[in-house]
Design a protein around this ligand. Structure first.
Ligand code: PAF
Length: 282
């Protein structure tokens, strides 16, 4: 496995490579990322993992400065997961001058995560498009853990006719159900013990939707939200959307996704669960 820091070295290393797969990351890698790398190696002969903490997608009061960074530990993990090239550009390599051209995603960028993190998806889409131009992959893998990000990036690729096959990666969970995330490292021991309750709430909602027992879906969501709040969570949103472009869920929609974001202390956790409605609500 080779580690390159500049675009020049990246181009030299990838010259003559056949099918290139890209897994964009911000580092602080865990099993969830490694599963994406393994997935990429099913579709590509050369897997590139990029590691870059992208300032553009952080708000002014967010955790850009304290976001965990450990390139040495990350590269060790990647070597054992089947990654061939690590692209870890510096800030000045990625943004040699202030970025003045941006990708402007559709209205979904201002909903859900975007409502709490204005400008976040503009920053994500811009850096991902830039990474696509730098690496020029034929395949790119993104985790469904960040469902809204996955949805917006997939649409970006379609909308801009980028010659890249987008492959989704399933969410990897700890034994108690907590979705793996780099930000789990911020949780105290007590918060870590409480954290799986977000996933439990999503699961109860999925069961109710699947069985058709959630006659008033909004009320069921409200109850789950209250339960989390009583347990000490601050709920940013708990909602059910169509799996297609995350449109508002209609009674006729069968393929749904439940999305939740909530804070435990100062740590914000994000989770989702795809679910299928067998019968329409009354
Ligand atoms: O999901 C992430 O880690 C980031 O949003 C991404 C896609 C690497 C862009 O910075």
């Amino acid at each position: 496995m080779e580690i390159v820091h500049t675009l020049r070295d990246l181009r030299l290393r990838l010259a003559g490579e056949g099918l290139v797969g890209l897994v964009p990351t911000m580092g602080s890698l865990h099993e969830g990322h490694l599963a994406l790398v393994r997935e990429a190696s099913n579709h590509a002969s050369c897997v590139v993992t990029s590691i870059f903490v992208n300032r553009l997608q952080f708000g002014p009061t967010e955790d850009f400065d304290r976001y965990p960074r450990d390139l040495e530990a990350d590269t060790k993990r990647l070597a054992s997961a089947g990654c061939q090239v690590v692209f870890a550009p510096t800030e000045s390599e990625m943004y040699p001058s202030p970025q003045r051209y941006f990708v402007e995603p559709p209205a979904l960028q201002n909903e859900l995560e975007g409502a709490v993190r204005p400008g976040h998806f503009r920053g994500v889409c811009t850096v991902v498009l830039k990474l696509f131009h730098m690496v020029q992959p034929q395949v790119a893998v993104f985790g469904k853990k960040d469902y809204q990000q996955w949805t917006l990036l997939k649409e970006m690729v379609e909308s801009l006719a980028l010659p890249i096959r987008m492959v989704p990666g399933e969410t990897i969970r700890a034994e108690d159900g907590l979705a793996l995330s780099s930000r789990n490292a911020y949780l105290s021991t007590e918060e870590r013990a409480e954290a799986p309750h977000l996933q439990m709430a999503l699961k109860r909602l999925a069961v109710a939707i699947h069985a058709g027992s959630a006659t008033d879906l909004n009320q069921t969501i409200e109850q789950e939200s209250m339960t989390l709040q009583q347990r000490g969570w601050h709920v940013d949103y708990l909602t059910v959307r169509s799996q297609y472009a995350l449109a508002e869920a209609k009674a006729k929609d069968r393929e749904l996704v439940i999305l939740g974001a909530a804070r435990l202390g100062s740590t914000r956790l994000l989770d989702n669960l795809e679910c299928y409605r067998l019968v329409g609500p009354s």
